[in-house]
Structures are given as C-alpha cells and as structure tokens.
Design a protein around this ligand. Structure first.
Ligand code: MLT
Length: 247
C-alpha cells in the first residue's frame, strides 16, 4: 500500500493532521510535512511561493525518501498543491484526496485580498489574523463543543512566520484554474468537505467532484473548513474506505 501524504491548509502546519496520523496509521504510513516556511520548516521563502513550487518540494520529499507512488491529500491550500503535483507528476499518484478545496483560480477581488492578507501578516503579525480566522475555519457547533480545539487552531495560526504566510498568500493569487488538468486525472479520487464550510461551500465541492473522473464526495456533518479536525471519526472512516479501494 502506498503511503498517504497529507498537505496542510493556510496558514496552518502539519499538526492539522494529528487525528489522521494517529487514526490512519494502522492502514498505511501517514506522512504529514510542513509546507516550506510553515511549522518546523525553517527554509527561507521567496516573496511569492507558487503552488507549483510547493509541489516541487513534495516531489523532492518523495525522491529523498525513495517513495515511488503516493496517495496525496490536501486541505484547501494543500489541495491546490496536490492538484499542481497531480498535473506535473501523474505517474507518482496512486490516489488523490481533495479536502475542503476548489479547482478555480482567484478572481481580481480575490487576488487583491491575497495581497491585503500578505501585508497584514507582515505589518501586524499573526496574532490578530489568528483570532479573526478561527470563526471562519471552525463551525459554531465545533467551537461550542470543543473550545480547546478552537484555542489550539488559533495557536497554530499565531505561531506561523509572517514571511511564510505572505509568500503563500501571494502564491495562491498566482494559481491557475485546474479544471482541465483534473479532467485528465486517471488516479482514484475522493472529495471531502464540511457541511458548513463557508469558504468552500458545498456547490464548490460538487463542481470539483463533477470535474474529476470517477470521484466520490463525502460531506462531514457539523464541520466547516477543517473537516478532518472537526469530524475526525467520520473523516477517518471516509479516508480509510478510500485507502482500502486503492490497496
Ligand atoms: C486554506 O484553508 O488553505 C485557505 O482557505 C485557502 C484559500 O484561502 O484559498
């Protein structure tokens, strides 16, 4: 069984995947790296880090570890990176897991918002951004049921380096539309989203599912944007079932 490599979203780090590293390890090896500049990755970042550049880092990681084929999963920005990888190295892909993400590029207003986010990170630091983001990432029911989770997500964002956050934000503005690339995909694919994700609402995931040949869609009840953290039991069941089809 190929390993499962999971790519975190923006502006998070590998600890996003703690419930999967623990819950799916019995099925296959789970690898959860930090994208360049995030978490414990101390590498320097350029002014804009494109999704293709992160994907090259992923390819480098696989080459370094001697991994030929991988099941690649990515949440939101991690999904953008996974799509860039799938386009560049389809022969290395045993399966694709697209989580709370989308295939569309940013419109002009979206691109301007990316630069605002980059500037805010650099000028104000991450504490303010962290506090503002949590209500958009976690559903109200998650925050009420599990305040400790909300606190740990806020801390995860607050500890990221502003330079890495700015580079990622600018890189997301540069990403192309991926529909044509996804339509060519031949690897098995699963789309997962949260029932209450307002950043990537359900129609976005339905469009993604319709684009990828043979893809299934699983909606995690009560979850918003961080469906793997908010509904880990349902999420791991869906991911485990998907991995079993690949084995
Ligand atoms: C993410 O969670 O990675 C971001 O919401 C992605 C985005 O802003 O497009």
């Amino acid at each position: 069984m190929p390993p499962l490599l999971l790519l975190h979203g923006f502006p998070l780090d590998h600890t996003l995947w703690t419930p999967q590293v623990e819950g799916l390890a019995g099925i296959t090896e789970v690898i959860a790296p930090d994208l360049r500049g995030f978490g414990q990755d101390g590498r320097a970042v350029p002014e804009a880090m494109t999704m293709e550049a992160y994907a090259r880092d992923v390819k480098g990681l696989l080459d370094d570890r001697g991994i030929d084929r991988v099941v690649l999963g990515g949440l939101s920005m991690g999904g953008y990176v996974a799509m860039a990888f799938a386009e560049a190295w389809p022969e290395r892909l045993a399966g694709l897991l697209l989580i709370n993400t989308r295939a569309t590029a940013d419109d002009q207003a979206g691109k301007r918002g990316r630069e605002d986010t980059a500037q805010r990170a650099l000028d104000q630091g991450m504490t303010v951004i962290a506090r503002a983001m949590v209500p958009t990432l976690l559903s109200e029911s998650t925050r009420q049921r599990d305040p400790a989770l909300a606190t740990s997500v806020e801390a995860m964002i607050a500890r990221q380096r502003p330079e890495a956050v700015a580079a990622a934000s600018r890189g997301m503005a540069l990403r192309p539309d991926m529909h044509a690339a996804l339509a060519r995909l031949r690897a098995p694919a699963l789309v997962i989203t949260g029932e209450q994700d307002t950043l990537m609402p359900l129609p976005t995931s339905l469009a993604l599912q319709a684009t990828v040949p043979g893809a299934e869609l699983v909606v995690i009840p009560g979850a918003a944007h961080l469906s793997n953290l908010e509904g880990p039991v349902a999420f791991n069941a869906a991911a485990g079932k998907f991995l079993a089809t690949i084995a």
